[in-house]
Design a protein around this ligand. Structure first.
Ligand code: CP
Ligand code: NVA
Length: 300
């Protein structure tokens, strides 16, 4: 049966855990130099309305490593940029390729695309969610510290798309998420209500970090919010993750960031480039986790 991956909630807890185990296995296989081609002859199309380094490179490299091929399409390349409806684009493309990865603004765009697609559609970031990021983030936590169940994560900063996916991960993998956010930048209220058993809010970044197993942040101005940058820099200034923030967390706490990072804004250089930071493993794991996702969606 065709499955889409528009949010983490498209997976059950068991499927999420199995996918993470497979991601770790695929990492070992890749590092050993062994080549496996479960996606031989399969084609991936990537429809990206927004910039990307990690997501694009990891999907293209991952598809090639598994024996498939991929094409990258910006709105400039597609008739979508000249007004062809998303529905028609989805109908046509999905008759030609085996899987479609989409990065766009409004979340309803990926929903519309998926509703009209004959093949699986993967959300590669919308204004609401970034589920692929959380596959890699959870793989990274497990790799460094073991099961995340029952642990405490402090999200310090904007209640944005990546934060929303952390909220879903907290529900699925059963950990506590404390979000420190300035007033007016809270995560989606509806999602918050659904997650209230696992997720709490504060305006105090040090209170959030106290006793945490993970401290995580993201840019203060996401793609599409360039006009709000000055106001955001001001509102978020007290939320920079510093060595003092990390000192409030557990001594074995790790620092995470989906990247791209802006040193001196949301995080101090000494933290992101310091001994508790796992951001490079986190970025690398995008490759392994998405290979597991592609295999899951295309070979079941
Ligand atoms: N973290 C992430 O999705 O990075 P890119 O925007 O570079 O893909
Ligand atoms: N919240 C950021 C994540 C980038 C990977 C954005 O949407 O721009």
């Amino acid at each position: 049966m065709k499955r889409h991956f528009l949010s983490l909630m498209d997976l059950s807890t068991d499927e999420f855990r199995q996918l993470l185990a497979r991601a770790a296995e695929l990492k070992t296989v890749h590092k050993s130099g062994k080549v496996i081609k479960p996606l031989d002859g399969k084609t991936l199309a990537m429809v990206f309305d927004k910039s990307s380094t990690r997501t694009r490179v990891s999907f293209e490299a991952g598809m090639a490593q598994l024996g498939g091929s991929s094409m990258f399409l910006s709105p400039r390349d597609l008739q979508i940029g000249r007004g062809e409806p998303i529905e028609d684009t989805a109908r046509v493309m999905s008759r030609m390729v085996d899987v479609i990865v989409m990065r766009t603004g409004e979340h309803s765009n990926v929903e519309t695309f998926a509703a009209n697609s004959e093949v699986p559609v993967i959300n590669a970031l919308t204004d609401m969610y970034h589920p692929c990021q959380l596959l890699a983030d959870m793989q990274t936590y497990i790799e460094h510290r073991g099961d995340i169940r029952g642990k405490t994560v402090a999200w310090i900063g904007d209640g944005n798309n990546v934060c929303h996916s952390w909220m879903n991960a907290a529900r699925l993998l059963d950990f506590k998420l404390v979000i420190a956010v300035p007033e007016g930048y809270e995560p989606d209220a509806q999602l918050l209500a659904i997650c209230k058993d696992r997720v709490s809010l504060t305006t105090d970044p040090v209170a959030a970090a106290t006793g945490a197993d993970v401290v995580v942040t993201d840019t203060w101005a996401s793609m599409g919010q360039e006009d709000e940058k000055a106001a955001r820099m001001k509102a978020f200034a007290p939320y920079i993750v510093t060595r003092a923030t990390m000192a409030a967390a557990k001594p074995e706490a790790i620092f995470m960031h989906c990247l791209p990072a802006y040193r001196g804004s949301e995080v101090e250089t000494e933290v992101i480039d310091g001994p508790q930071s796992v951001v490079w493993d986190e970025a690398e794991n995008r490759l392994h986790a998405q290979k597991a996702l592609l295999e899951f969606l295309l070979t079941r």
